[in-house]
Design a protein around this ligand. Structure first.
Ligand SMILES: Cc1cc2nc3c(=O)[nH]c(=O)nc-3n(C[C@H](O)[C@H](O)[C@H](O)COP(=O)(O)OP(=O)(O)OC[C@H]3O[C@@H](n4cnc5c(N)ncnc54)[C@H](O)[C@@H]3O)c2cc1C
Length: 387
């Protein structure tokens, strides 16, 4: 159940999405870009700083309330929701949890107001599911208070739109898995080059780019927290990020189910609306049930995020909870969108109808911020650990 405040926020987000986002999603997908103004409009509503405390210019929502708004945005356009999720989730969380006061005061208000758009550069060509295998290096220049970062990152969302990217890089060379640090890098820094933009199956309005760092020099004030704990910061932030992707997936699935239910009422075969056929109705019933279960698990994960540090009823850590939320929601989104395409029949396969786009978008949610296999590993590890 939603609180009165959450209902209000859902309605605000829904009105905005129905007026400004959903009617343009197909064109954004076709043009591979959403209108930049939409980010400014979302910022005006506070939706680029939902979890950021008011003293840093944000709305100070708790995680469940954030998911309510994010699901609505994804229901309108999943590509835009991905940008919104990165801007609200992992990047500000790392600053809030590990940044210095100067870093928080400088970046959090700029991110919440939309003045700066953020990216998160963890993956590399040879280090995706296992980011500890990254080869990007950051070398401290003795006595100069400067780090020099060199390497290549892959699949950076918002990559060419971003003003600041958190770059993860090895800060030492000891052992087989040297320490990793997190750096706040301006995208106009000398040596920061946005490379190839990927042609993606879905989420086509979202920019997924390669980034080359060729001797990018940043001051020590750009290092977040401990130079050896950046990977831990990234993985901790992914607990929140995965809840956001869970909400994104629920939004995609909800949109697909609504389109399918509407179509089933309108489309007539054998002299009746196809919604009158038991097979179609039963399919819609299972869609609705799986979506409700995914949403509930995501909200439970968000509650666990708020209570992180204390164990929940089943003794599971928040890492497992958020992995469960993303696993169920993303696989549900894939299944529901495929069924929606089926209900649309031949029209479902056509670009003029929305469900094929939703099916392409859903696939992405099963991959980024942890593939389904990795999420199962995370959950399995928590379930089988000794008490
Ligand atoms: C649209 C999009 C946006 C993205 N945005 C970002 C971003 O903003 N920032 C960023 O840093 N990254 C981003 N990524 C990268 C994404 O996080 C990685 O693609 C993902 O983590 C998987 O890594 P990989 O592609 O290298 O696959 P791999 O790790 O090579 O995996 C290949 C296959 O092997 C499986 N596998 C791997 N290890 C195991 C194991 N131990 N057990 C069982 N199966 C395993 C995987 O599940 C997968 O099926 C994005 C990706 C996409 C598609």
């Amino acid at each position: 159940m939603l609180t009165a405040e959450q209902r209000e926020i859902r309605d605000l987000a829904r009105d905005f999405v129905e007026g400004e986002i959903a009617p343009r999603a197909a064109a954004w997908d076709r043009d591979r870009a959403f209108a930049p103004q939409v980010l400014a409009n979302l910022a005006e509503l506070g939706f680029l700083g939902m979890l950021t405390p008011p003293e840093y210019g944000g709305l100070g929502f708790d995680a469940p309330t954030y998911l309510v708004a994010l699901e609505e945005i994804a229901r309108g356009d999943a590509a835009l929701a991905l940008t919104v999720a990165i801007q609200n989730g992992p990047v500000p969380h790392i600053l809030l949890a590990h940044g210095s006061e100067a870093q928080k005061s400088r970046w959090l208000p700029a991110l919440a107001s939309g003045e700066k758009i953020a990216g998160f550069a963890l993956s590399e060509a040879e280090a995706g599911s296992d980011p500890s295998g990254m080869s990007t290096r950051a070398c401290a220049e003795e006595g100069e208070g400067v780090w020099t970062i060199s390497g290549s990152k892959k699949w950076v969302t918002n990559g060419s739109r971003a003003d600041m990217v958190i770059v993860f890089a090895r800060t030492g060379s000891a052992g087989s898995r040297p320490p990793i640090g997190a750096f706040l890098v301006d995208t106009d820094a000398r040596g920061y080059r946005v490379g190839k933009r990927e042609k993606t199956m879905g989420l086509r309005a979202s920019e997924t780019v390669a980034v080359d760092l060729e001797g990018v020099r940043v001051g020590t004030e750009r290092l977040v927290g401990d130079p050896g704990r950046g990977l831990g910061y990234a993985l901790g932030a992914l607990d929140l990020g995965r809840l956001g992707i869970g909400a994104q997936a629920v939004g995609i699935a909800q949109a697909a189910m609504e389109h399918a239910a509407r179509y089933a009422r309108e489309r007539r075969q054998f002299g009746r609306p196809i919604a009158d056929f038991g097979a179609i109705r039963s399919n819609l019933a299972i869609m609705a049930t799986r979506i409700a279960a995914s949403r509930a698990l995501a909200m439970e994960g968000a509650a666990a995020w708020e209570a992180r540090g204390s164990e929940d009823r089943e003794g599971l850590p928040v890492t497992a909870r958020s992995a469960m939320a993303k696993l169920l929601a993303s696989e549900t989104a894939m299944w529901v969108t495929e069924e929606a395409v089926r209900i649309f029949g031949g029209y479902g396969f056509m670009r003029e109808f929305p469900v094929e786009r939703l099916m392409r978008d859903a696939k992405g949610t099963e991959i980024y911020e942890g593939t389904s296999e990795i999420l199962r590993l995370v959950i399995g590890r928590a379930v089988t650990r000794s008490p």
